[in-house]
Design a protein around this ligand. Structure first.
Ligand code: GLA
Length: 386
């Protein structure tokens, strides 16, 4: 993280609230290497924390008021702690204030804590599928846990962020993004079992292998509080119910033949994506450990095809980003995140980076799509006090 954003956050806090903050906390966005729409099916995911962060400056107050401000909007939103409930939260403040509310759902005694002033700044692009929302939630969750001395562990803080997003924001998302933001480590991916919530860090070794992950932000914006995301989740639940299992985690590749006979075509393809994607996560972890990142390209490609054809959450811009990256020499590429817009990632040899970037730009130009924003991300430290 550049010191600038921390300095800016501190300065923003001081100019708005006229005093020094208690401290600064930050949390990263994430890229999901592989394992898409598997988290709410109690499956496996393999995201990593990126070098784009949200920073929050927090100051204690001597009353019971919460005030939040950010560089996202020119307003200070104020609420009494005793009035904090999801139904009164709207817009961007629903993320930080939703976290304050959700801490109460996980055991914090909100009747005994002091009010706070919060100022938030971020360099995680909004709406790009890089979890700008989880970055806010995780930074605020860690900060409030510290200043309110709650002593919650990071796994619980991830669930707090997810609860805020599900209930206060209204997006029916899983646990992956907050887990990546809170548990990520430099040069590692977070291998998370979304059933047990057990996690393991898997070394990526990209730099030593002469490789990089290139993000291609298509600029096509999406929202998971509306539309396709919830519909896909419902299809998975329908499929699990028809197959007589608690979640699609309990369906294996060997079960797919039987599933084909029991499900309608669309539900079957939704199920097949999740079941095969879980296996691809396990295979990716095995390949990373045995031979390193150079060997995972085909798994990334297969994941993208599955999302494009079976889960049907890609858009033409994402398909073009993936195809043009691979044609220009990327070892593999896939859309990342919830879909319907946002970003793709490509695994690229360092020496091929500019050729791949130019090829993607040219392809977007030929299709008269808006120019994408392409940049390299590195696996970075999860949420921390700064
Ligand atoms: C979004 C959600 C995650 C996950 C992904 C798809 O990022 O927030 O919980 O479901 O989509 O893998």
């Amino acid at each position: 993280m550049s010191t600038d954003i921390r300095d800016d956050t501190r300065a923003g806090f001081e100019s708005l609230f006229g005093r020094e903050p208690e401290g600064l906390w930050s949390a990263p966005g994430r890229v999901n290497l592989i394992g898409e729409h598997t988290d709410y099916n109690e499956g496996f995911v393999l995201p990593f924390a990126i070098d784009r962060r949200t920073v929050v400056a927090v100051g204690l107050r001597d009353d019971r008021t919460l005030r939040v401000a950010s560089t996202i909007a020119d307003e200070v939103v104020e609420i009494a702690l005793d009035d904090l409930e999801p139904s009164v939260l709207t817009g961007w403040p629903a993320y930080p204030l939703g976290v304050a509310w959700a801490l109460g759902e996980f055991g914090a005694d909100l009747s005994a804590v002091p009010g706070l002033d919060l100022f938030i700044d971020s360099d995680v692009p909004l709406g790009a599928g890089l979890s700008s929302s989880a970055a806010i939630e995780s930074a605020v969750a860690l900060a409030l846990d510290d200043v309110w001395r709650l002593g919650l562990d990071r796994r619980t803080l991830a669930r707090v962020g997810q609860r805020a997003e599900n209930v206060a924001v209204g997006a029916p998302t899983g646990i992956m993004d907050q887990s990546a933001s809170l548990l990520g480590q430099v040069d590692h991916a977070v291998f998370l079992d979304c059933r047990s919530l057990e996690s393991d860090l898997v070394p990526l070794g990209l730099g030593e292998a002469g490789l990089a992950i290139l993000v291609i932000d298509t600029g096509v914006t999406h929202s998971h509080a509306t539309g396709g995301y919830g519909e896909r989740r419902a299809a998975c639940e329908r499929g699990a119910a028809a197959l007589g299992v608690a979640s699609l985690r309990d369906v294996s590749i060997a079960d797919l033949d039987r599933a084909r006979g029991l499900l309608d075509d669309v539900t079957f393809r939704r199920v097949r994506h999740v079941v095969t994607e879980n296996q691809r996560v396990l295979d990716t972890v095995a390949v990373l450990r045995a031979e390193g990142a150079a060997g995972i390209g085909e798994l990334l490609d297969a994941s993208h095809r599955s999302m494009r054809d079976d889960f049907e959450i890609s858009v033409p811009e994402l398909d073009l980003a993936v195809e043009s990256a691979v044609q220009a020499g990327a070892l593999g590429a896939r859309m990342t995140g919830g879909g319907f817009g946002g970003a793709a990632i490509a695994l690229v040899r360092l020496g091929d980076l500019s050729r791949v970037q130019v090829a993607i730009d040219n392809a977007f130009g030929e299709h008269a799509f808006g120019q994408p924003d392409t940049f390299v991300v590195t696996a970075s430290q999860g949420a921390e006090r700064n």
